[in-house]
Design a protein around this ligand. Structure first.
Ligand SMILES: [Zn+2]
Length: 136
């Protein structure tokens, strides 16, 4: 986590999402009109333009697709090689991109059940979501 480029939390939607991460909650948005769930956070529903509210997701999902990064000359990623970048389909429906950690990259498969965990900077100013295999 140390040395990573961190997201710029530039709007209230991102602020609420990352505040959830700091509390250990993975937030997704649900449309108050049609029930559609979405990630990343936006001002309105992408299906009907209705109002959206944040709700805590279960934090569980499956690997929709992934890649194993084997070359990256930039620190701190160079020290983490090889590592997995995945698109995780949450049980609630939305997909999000994240690292899958605590796993041998060679054993990751499409459809693998994963669960969220969080890590923060030493200063505790930013907390990011990561995924790992369920039960690892
Ligand atoms: Zn909607």
């Amino acid at each position: 986590m140390e040395g990573r480029p961190l997201p710029e939390i530039a709007d209230p939607m991102a602020e609420e999402f990352f505040a959830g991460c700091a509390r250990g909650e993975l937030l997704v948005q649900r449309c108050s009109d049609c029930g559609h769930r979405q990630h990343y956070p936006r001002w309105c529903c992408t299906q009907c333009a209705g109002p959206v509210v944040f709700e805590a997701a279960s934090g569980r999902g499956t690997v929709h697709t992934y890649t194993v990064i084997r070359q990256n000359h930039a620190q701190p990623f160079k020290s983490e090689l090889p590592y997995v970048v995945a698109v995780v389909e949450l049980d609630e429906g939305p997909r999000m991109m994240a690292n899958v950690t605590d796993v041998d990259p060679e054993t990751v498969t499409i459809g693998m059940p994963v669960e969220v965990h969080f890590a923060s900077t030493a200063e505790g100013d930013v907390t990011l979501p990561f995924f790992r295999p369920v039960g690892s």
